[in-house]
Design a binder for this molecule. Structure first.
Ligand SMILES: *Cc1c(COP(=O)(O)O)cnc(C)c1O
Length: 362
């Protein structure tokens, strides 16, 4: 098949078509070099320009000051789950986490290898179907950092307001599934990290935005590859970095800038998710699974009135060119992942399909 379909996959996920077009040509011969982007030395002039541009466009996109390092680190968000505590936590010290789902539980499990974990709030009592309010979050005031997951990819919830950490405690965010989907106040954070495969590019790496003073004060004596200061000092080229991933991320940043930046993309994302949620609110067969004030604009989770109907729906949707709608294996139901690159007409196509499925199965 050469035609592209509306891919609702949660990650690796859909990428902007202009980015894929650029990559297709860069793969063969990058700019005027006669060498494909995959074949360029990470220390040569062509790739050096790519990484520098990617960093500067990242700064431009989110208004990131020079007080922050922008790093590209291998191993996805899951490596950040242990690398962050390894760098700042230690025996006798505590890190606070807001537990809003599976990814956060995985992050806490890793942190426990290095020190104490304080659960500042948890929505596990209601299957993670909501985001705790700022009043409900009880950070431990002497935490080395305060961690939250801005968008919960599996259950489909998203923070709409920034959690406020105690004075002097750096706020850490796993923003893997909603980074650059709306404006983000980097200055309010000590660190923001994101696995690339939802909103940024290919899997296997993470974008890490981290305050320079934290990098400098991090624990010593760790393996080189697991120290932020080593990556920072080497401009993410301590070893051979994931050059293709960095190239694609750079193209994605250019694409977001061309869309009008984060304000513009946020508006489009609001609209897209709104189309789907309005339909879910009026449908007799389908319903959303998360609390209204906690709904994610990136991962829209929903159920049908029976599991048989859900199975039939997923199967027929896939056959109709709408693949990737099966919910995560841990929660069932359906999930439409509609990241930055997912087009609005794909969302209306899904709603049209749901309407006719509902009619047919009345
Ligand atoms: C996908 C995801 C991860 C895991 O990312 P990997 O790159 O597979 O390690 C972590 N956190 C969140 C919120 C995610 O959506």
């Amino acid at each position: 098949m050469t035609e592209r379909v509306f891919n609702f996959s949660a990650g690796p996920a859909i990428l902007p078509e202009p980015v894929l077009e650029a990559a297709r040509s860069a793969l063969w011969a990058f700019e005027d070099s006669g060498i494909g982007i995959l074949e360029h030395s990470h220390r040569g002039s062509y790739f050096t320009k790519v990484i520098e541009e990617t960093v500067s466009n990242c700064r431009k996109l989110a208004g990131i000051s020079d007080d922050y390092e922008i790093l590209f680190i291998q191993g996805g968000a899951s490596t950040q789950f242990f690398m962050a505590p390894m760098n700042w936590l230690s025996e006798g010290k505590t890190a606070s986490y807001v537990n809003t789902g599976t990814w956060c539980k995985k992050a806490m499990k890793e942190a426990k290898l290095f020190g104490n974990v304080h659960v500042a709030a948890s929505s596990e009592d209601k299957n993670f179907s909501y985001i705790p309010t700022n009043e409900e979050i009880k950070w431990q005031s002497d935490s080395v950092y305060a961690h939250y997951t801005s968008n919960n990819t599996i259950v489909g919830t998203q923070f709409t307001a920034l959690p406020s950490a105690p004075t002097g405690v750096p706020l850490f965010c796993d923003a893997s599934s909603d980074i650059f989907s709306k404006p983000i106040d980097i200055g309010a954070h000590g660190m923001v990290y994101a696995g690339a495969q939802k909103n940024l590019g290919p899997s296997g790496m993470a974008l890490v935005i981290v305050r320079k003073d934290l990098v400098e004060s991090a624990n010593e004596g760790l393996p080189s590859m697991l120290q932020y200061r080593v990556h920072a000092k080497a401009g993410s080229c301590f070893n051979t970095p994931p050059t293709f991933g960095i190239y694609i991320m750079g193209e994605v940043f250019k694409w977001i800038l061309a869309q009008g930046g984060l304000d513009a993309i946020a508006k489009i994302n609001e609209e897209k998710a709104g189309i789907l949620y309005s339909f879910l609110d009026e449908s007799a067969m389908f319903s959303g699974t998360t609390r209204h004030d906690s709904r994610s604009n990136m991962n829209v989770t929903f159920r049908a009135s029976s599991e048989e109907l859900e199975a039939a729906f997923i199967k027929e949707a896939t056959a109709a060119g709408l693949p990737g709608l099966k919910g995560h294996r841990s929660v069932g139901g359906m999930r439409a992942s509609i990241y930055n690159a997912f087009p609005t007409n794909g969302v209306t196509a899904l709603v049209d399909f749901m309407k006719s499925f509902e009619q047919k199965n009345k």
